[in-house]
Design a protein around this ligand. Sequence first.
Ligand SMILES: NC(=O)c1ccc[n+]([C@@H]2O[C@H](COP(=O)([O-])OP(=O)(O)OC[C@H]3O[C@@H](n4cnc5c(N)ncnc54)[C@H](O)[C@@H]3O)[C@@H](O)[C@H]2O)c1
Length: 327
Amino acid sequence: MTYLVTGVAGFIGMATAKALLARGERVVGIDNLNDYYEVALKRERLAELTPFGTAFEFIEADIADTTAVNALFAAHGIRRVIHLAAQAGVRYSLENPHAYVQSNVVGHLNILEAVRHSDTVEHSVYASSSSVYGANEEQPFSEADRVDQPVSLYAATKRADELMSRSYAHLYNLSLVGLRFFTVYGPSGRPDMAPWLFTSAILKGEPIKVFNHGEMRRDFTYIDDIVAGVIAAADMNPLPGEGAERHRVYNIGNNKPERLMDFIAAIEGAAGRKAEKIMLPMQPGDVHETYANIDRISADLGFAPTTSLAEGIPQFVDWFKRRHRLT
Ligand SMILES: NC(=O)c1ccc[n+]([C@@H]2O[C@H](COP(=O)([O-])OP(=O)(O)OC[C@H]3O[C@@H](n4cnc5c(N)ncnc54)[C@H](O)[C@@H]3O)[C@@H](O)[C@H]2O)c1
């Protein structure tokens, strides 16, 4: 079966593509290799897919480019779409808002339109985010909660993706699943996220910035657990029913929020060094706590994360040390 993975040079995209290829599937991947963070890391990730030979085909293009997206769908007989390409990151959306609308709104529309006109696509999965819950206080976050109070433009674009997808299911009877990811971490992770920033600073003996004086909790989810959930969602039977019934969103998180200070302690333990902490106030656009209710995805897809922070953090820190030749 042929899968399209958008954002294939990204953290979750590469890991998902690799697992599919290891299982013997064909993967067509698209990524524009933008320089939001180091392009060398994106190329290293792509290099992990080259051993699969012709089963993997990479297309360097922008999903906001309608012609390129349509040509890709026309040429490859894609059956399942895993759409992960996006401008990610909450904080950068304060600096460069246009990048978010271009990739996350225009790009998302291009994927929906291509799926709508495709004769081969049966079912699609796309990335949403826990950030759609905004500053909701009731925990854990559940799919039934209201999600109309985003606190960042990033969150607003991810919620827009969900609403656009719902309208396309309603109008064109498409089978679509949105996954609300909760802080994903692990080897080959993102340089703009806390696990990387803290590990890098601690190993180099530099201070780390601890926002909201450490009073934050995150439902950190390990990459292997995420990949299992993404692939289970992509492999679902096309959703039954009519119209908007064929669009569903699922939380995909660890269901175990960790205190920021415990998370830092886990990195210190794995790195064998203590962090010098600069305590700072809350950042605009940030939220105090994320905690996923995963009843829905567990019931429908058998999603059951197994990796604790105590297991996952050393995996990430060891990978980081190897990549940066640090001891
Ligand atoms: N990692 C997390 O904790 C997390 C949490 C919530 C949601 N998400 C969502 O999951 C998805 C994957 O996240 P990730 O952590 O792998 O991010 P990532 O930045 O590592 O991967 C995204 C990839 O998409 C590519 N891309 C961006 N804009 C593009 C465009 N216009 N055209 C083509 N390619 C483009 C980038 O070059 C990058 O390689 C994203 O949609 C993100 O918003 C991630």
